[in-house]
Ligand binder design. Structure first.
Ligand SMILES: Nc1ncnc2c1ncn2[C@@H]1O[C@H](COP(=O)(O)OP(=O)(O)OP(=O)(O)O)[C@@H](O)[C@H]1O
Ligand SMILES: [Mg+2]
Length: 476
């Protein structure tokens, strides 16, 4: 069997208009910016990342099996003798050029996903659903920024029938160039919420920044928008103004083109009946939460607009599992029995916090056991931060969470808003609340851990997993 390379070296050199030195492999198997995970025969792009400069790792990458390194002219002197190199003026620009070439040669239906929350969840759901219809390429992890998007696009195989790309932003103006690169046939906005408020005047400004995604949509393209979100009209108007031909709303709203007809929310998954662009369908989702159901409506609308067969796409969603740190369910072996950990520790904002608390509220705790929330600060919320933390008291109340542990200066506001019976403990940091959580945990309990990444709540989850030999819980 012959393996078709992602790029021939010639095509890559032409795309980035580089100068070759040494003897690169004729077939390039992949594109990477990380020498630690690079695969054999891949092209290593020495870009300046958030913390490090790839040029310092080009030699490592080549030693680890890279077929060629793409480097800046100014750093040529530092490279090992006889190394296979492609030399360019600017490596990040070269990555963008390769991304453009990938897009230009592609016959795939391209979907771009953005939104305040749920981008990765929806992207992974689309990967699952579209894979039933044909070869599907999707961004890795949350690669959604100025280097993540071109990298993901440069990895799009010529043979792919569907391409799914996550687009993210923290500031106005960031989505326009990313969307121009991806040129989606379908722009999918999961929802608009107060996230990264620090960098925006208000939530309307966030909606306008997300609407930049429409500027890159292909002629006769479509937008998939959350019909239940209060910013729907604003987004729909922006889409039309940008020339987007078709707009599909998704949600419970009677006017939604992808409409929820009926749902049974369970502890480990959901049963859904929906009408997707005129076609009625029933399906199961293998991960719990109303927010997951909401995302699934947009996902199926996008899949159908992309030309996929709806029935197999929907059927595949039963196999969905919550990823690490985003609702992964783990069984903890306590000395006297088992407890369940819902690991939500990857990140948090008011919307995902609410969603996770609702899921905890529906989780099946053992007889006499408790539903326990361990919450760390939600960051980057600007002036409304305190109110948004205090506001969770009502959500915890409604979900009938038995015990709440809070960590961080912002979570102190929530802790003080809780009725005394629900207070488990407070400390100023994740590290300092850990012992109290450990000693409170009893057989049958369900414990959910969540906070912004920088709040370091994942360290508590890691301790629980390690100390109580965690194993993945059975799925739906
Ligand atoms: N529609 C939604 N509403 C509220 N919460 C959601 C929604 N979709 C997903 N979530 C929750 O939000 C959290 C983050 O989800 P996800 O990683 O998909 O978001 P993201 O937009 O990709 O985030 P990032 O900006 O960090 O890349 C998870 O805990 C997930 O369960
Ligand atoms: Mg993401």
């Amino acid at each position: 069997m012959t393996i078709i390379p992602l790029w021939t070296c010639d095509a890559l050199v032409a795309a980035v208009r580089g100068r070759v030195q040494g003897a690169p492999l004729p077939g390039i198997t992949g594109v990477s910016i990380d020498s630690r995970t690079i695969g054999k025969g891949e092209a290593f792009f020495a870009i300046k990342g958030d913390r490090v400069d790839g040029h310092d790792y080009a030699a490592n990458a080549l030693e680890a099996g890279a077929g060629v390194a793409v480097i800046a002219e100014t750093r040529l002197g530092e490279m090992p003798k006889d190394a296979p190199l492609i030399i360019v003026p600017d490596v990040l620009e070269a990555l963008r050029m390769l991304a453009r070439a990938a897009r230009a040669r592609s016959q795939a239906k391209i979907i771009a996903v953005t939104g305040s929350v749920g981008k990765t969840s929806s992207k992974e759901m689309l990967r699952l659903a579209l894979s039933q219809a044909g070869e599907t390429h999707a961004s890795a992890a949350s690669y959604n920024n100025h280097w993540g998007v071109p990298l993901s696009l440069a990895r799009l195989p010529a043979s792919a029938r569907y391409g799914v790309f996550e687009l993210g932003m923290n500031h106005a103006g960031e989505l326009t160039p990313l969307s121009a690169l991806v040129r989606p046939h379908i722009a999918f906005i999961t929802t608009i919420e107060p996230v990264h408020l620090e960098y925006f005047r208000n939530v309307e400004a966030i909606a306008d920044a997300k609407a930049e995604i429409f500027t890159g949509v292909e002629p006769n393209g479509a937008a998939v928008l959350n019909r239940d979100n209060s910013h729907f009209d604003r987004l729909a108007k922006a889409a039309k103004a940008a020339g987007v031909k078709e707009i599909a709303g998704f949600g419970e709203n009677a006017a939604a083109e992808a409409r929820l007809l009926d749902v049974a929310l369970g502890a480990v998954g959901s049963d859904v009946r929906a009408s997707i662009l005129g076609q009625e369908i029933a399906y199961k989702i293998g991960a719990p939460g109303r927010h997951v159901v909401q995302n699934s409506l947009g996902v199926l609308a996008a899949a159908k607009l992309a030309g996929a067969d709806l029935a197999p796409a929907a059927l595949a969603l039963a196999r969905l599992t919550p990823p690490k740190g985003r609702g992964q369910r783990l069984v903890l072996k306590l000395p006297k029995g088992e407890a369940l950990l819902l690991d939500e520790s990857y990140n948090a904002n008011p919307a995902s916090m609410r969603a996770a608390i609702e899921v905890l509220g529906r989780a099946a705790a053992g007889q006499g056991a408790r539903r326990i929330a361990v919450l760390g600060d939600m960051l980057e919320l600007g002036a409304e931060a305190q109110a948004l933390h205090a506001g969770l008291a009502a959500v915890l109340e409604e979900a009938r969470i038995d015990l709440v542990f809070c960590a961080g200066p912002l979570m102190k506001v929530l802790y003080e808003a809780l009725p005394p019976a629900r207070r488990g403990g407070y400390a100023e940091s994740a590290a300092r609340i850990e012992a109290a959580v450990l000693s409170a945990l009893a057989p049958g309990d369900v414990v959910m851990i969540k906070g912004s990444n920088a709040s370091r709540m994942h360290a508590i989850a890691a301790t629980l997993m390690q100390k109580f030999s965690a194993r993945e819980a059975a799925t739906a």
